[in-house]
Design a protein around this ligand. Structure first.
Ligand code: AMP
Ligand code: MG
Length: 409
């Protein structure tokens, strides 16, 4: 049995970032940037007003005061999207609106609420500082400046910045295609009523969702019977994927054929049995290929919670790596145990907990109930996985690290 961290290290050493593709900007949310973006223009491209008011020369107002205000003739008008027809001269003000380009000759703006209008002139009763309410050219970014680096996750602000640069297309890392195979004579897929001794396939659907959440495109390879040929055939269907994930049939029972099928495909096994619960039987292998890089394969255990938790700890980071993400791990928070959290087994426990936020703003953790690896209900209730060493009990009031699986509401 190898420790979780060592197992993950072995896995990540064999997984590289995929190639890239061009996508329309409007489709790029949550994708990973594959290029480094350098601004090719100054933004804003010209000085402009940050207020509705009047553009003027600061120097013209140097001596303005309440008892001796300065009058400036309103000699022009610039709305956003338009330009002044001529330069502003001494003793003049131009009506200007937010986003309007500052006319040549002007250097400042006075907001409309700070002046009074008297016929064709504004009356200014205090000095206006040069540069007031003007957004200078290049204030946001300058031509030649690096603004986004490769590997950056694209969120709304990044997309806005790219749009600001006029980019309608962007290069992003390809979405990993992930083949999923469920195995087991007892498993029937959706659409079939389970007969005697049979149960519905749930692993394909939890895994598809987990893959999707981690930025991959899941492809179901169906359900294989506990027969070497069937498992091998279906795995072959997925050989053009970027990652393969099977569940069940990977223990040491007489009906466990996944590892044998992988051997038939020429896979090199790098890992088998990890010191964790739920989950211990998990294999990681790579299938060499003449035409592309070796294909990573996870053979996850069959119990629904074991499959989900081993996906979380091993397949998810690998998938994120393929997809070019810089951050591969979920956040880990420290939580105070509401009641004791016991891990009676020898293996390191990843225990399902619900989290709440206490009055002091800190997290509180409570076990979701029975921790047996077949109980999906307790996964439904779980906000996180408390990490507890073997043979250890965290007493009520003690703190425990928790892997955050979702936002706590
Ligand atoms: P195994 O790893 O083949 O020994 O399977 C362990 C347990 O997980 C058994 O009780 C299986 O019935 C169950 N199981 C395996 N595959 C699935 C699946 N796709 N959906 C739901 N349960 C499964
Ligand atoms: Mg089985």
């Amino acid at each position: 049995m190898i420790p979780v961290e060592a197992a993950l290290e072995r896995i990540l050493a064999r997984v590289g970032v995929l190639g890239d593709e061009q996508v329309p900007l409007a489709r790029a949310l949550h994708r990973v940037l594959a290029e480094s973006v350098v601004s090719d223009l100054d933004l804003p491209p010209w000085p402009n007003s940050s207020m509705d008011g009047y553009a003027l020369r600061g120097a013209d107002t140097r001596r303005a005061s309440a008892p001796a205000p300065v009058r400036l003739t309103i000699a022009g008008r610039v709305a956003a999207g338009h330009v002044a027809l001529r330069a502003l001269g001494g003793g003049e003000a131009f009506r200007i609106f937010t986003g309007g380009p500052l006319p040549e000759g002007a250097d400042s703006v006075i907001p409309q609420e700070n002046v009074s209008v008297d016929g064709g002139a504004i009356v200014v009763s205090h000095p206006v500082k040069t540069g007031d309410f003007v957004r200078p050219r290049g204030e946001d970014m300058r031509a030649g400046e690096g603004v986004l680096e490769r590997g950056r996750l694209l969120g709304p602000a990044e997309l806005g910045l790219l749009a600001g640069l006029g980019r309608s297309q962007v290069r992003v890392i390809r979405r990993p295609r992930v083949g999923i195979l469920s195995t087991g004579d007892e498993i029937v897929d959706l659409g079939w009523r389970p007969g005697p001794g049979q149960i519905s396939n749930s692993n394909t659907y939890t895994l598809m969702a987990q893959i999707y959440e981690a930025g991959g495109d899941p492809i179901s390879l169906g359900v294989a019977a506990d027969r070497l040929e069937d498992i091998e055939t279906r795995l072959r269907w997925g050989l053009d994927c970027d990652l393969l994930i099977s569940s069940a049939g990977v223990s040491v029972g007489e009906h466990d054929f996944v590892k044998a099928a992988l051997e038939r495909l020429g896979a090199e096994q790098h890992l088998w049995l990890v010191d964790m619960r739920p989950g211990k039987p998990i294999a990681f292998a790579t299938i060499p290929s003449a035409s592309k890089r070796a294909l990573p394969v996870f053979a996850l255990p069959g119990n629904p919670v074991s499959a989900m938790v081993t996906f979380e700890l091993f397949a998810r980071p690998a998938l994120l790596r393929l997809g070019g993400h810089a951050r591969l791990q979920r956040p880990v928070v420290r939580a105070r145990a509401d009641a004791h959290i016991a891990n009676p087994g020898k293996r390191r426990g990843y225990l399902r907990v619900t989290l709440s936020v206490g009055e002091d703003g800190g997290y509180r953790a409570r076990l979701t109930g029975d921790q047996s690896s077949g109980i999906l209900r307790s996964m439904v209730a779980a906000d996180g996985l408390a990490v507890v060493p073997g043979d250890t009990t965290v007493e009520a009031g003690g703190t425990v690290p928790v892997i955050l699986l979702r936002e706590v509401r």
